[in-house]
Design a protein around this ligand. Structure first.
Ligand SMILES: CC(C)(COP(=O)(O)OP(=O)(O)OC[C@H]1O[C@@H](n2cnc3c(N)ncnc32)[C@H](O)[C@@H]1OP(=O)(O)O)[C@@H](O)C(=O)NCCC(=O)NCCS
Length: 195
């Protein structure tokens, strides 16, 4: 199955209500990779990211990455309408207290209908169900609209850091699923992951 990068006409009626979120399997890895690559293309273009300067950026995602993620316990969720995957998110467990929200992606032609919010809320609810204290994400520090969007969803902004292998700073954000928020700012050697 291929993923259309733009749905022409009609999709304005789509709402998060008429879609469903499900857990993915290995069989979805090809479509998930394509969805992630296409969704992160605009981010890569905006921040000048290429296969050479950030090879592990999601705009270069392959089915093999997804299969390897799944093999080490990362859970992928897809939002779909009928059989068409419109977006996805992944949840990884750093330890019993911390979950990482990763690979959040909604295809450009399906944005602005609440699918992104629905995916994040679904991942948070899964994390809550599994008993972690907080869910953490690392985003490009200059990606201010995204930062604001996560804040609207209830995430708190933590510290920003530079890393030698990234040509941009990373801001860490956390959502308190359980009780404490004090530990949300990543410590050296603590949880830190770029989506
Ligand atoms: C971030 C993303 C998943 C949001 O998906 P979505 O389905 O459009 O999200 P929602 O419909 O729930 O929310 C859309 C709202 O967020 C705003 N928004 C979120 N991210 C934004 C961004 N990067 N740039 C501009 N606006 C953004 C939209 O303007 C919109 O606001 P409105 O409802 O007031 O019109 C999607 O933009 C995407 O896939 N972006 C590229 C990949 C990416 O950056 N992923 C996040 C990695 S942490």
């Amino acid at each position: 199955m291929t993923v259309p990068d733009l749905v022409i006409g009609g999709n304005r009626q789509q709402t998060a209500m008429s879609s469903k979120i499900r857990v993915c399997t290995n069989q979805d890895s090809q479509v998930l990779a394509e969805t992630i690559r296409k969704s992160f293309q605009d981010v890569a273009e905006r921040f000048g990211l290429t296969r050479e300067n950030v090879p592990r950026h999601p705009s270069n995602c392959t089915a093999d990455w997804i299969r390897k993620d799944m093999a080490r316990g990362v859970v992928y969720f897809a939002i779909e309408n009928g059989n068409q995957i419109m977006g996805c998110v992944a949840l990884e467990w750093a330890n019993t207290e911390v979950g990482y929200l990763e690979r959040l992606a909604v295809l450009p032609g399906h944005r602005g209908h609440g699918f992104g919010k629905a995916l994040v809320e679904h991942a948070l609810s899964e994390a809550r169900h599994l008993g972690v204290d907080y869910v953490s994400i690392g985003i490009i520090a200059e990606h201010t609209e995204l930062k604001d969007w996560y804040k609207k969803l209830g995430f708190f902004e933590g510290e920003s850091k530079e890393f030698p292998h990234f040509p941009f700073g990373i801001t860490f954000m956390s959502y308190a699923v359980g009780k404490t928020l004090q530990r949300c700012a990543p410590q050296d050697g603590g949880p830190c992951r770029l989506y």
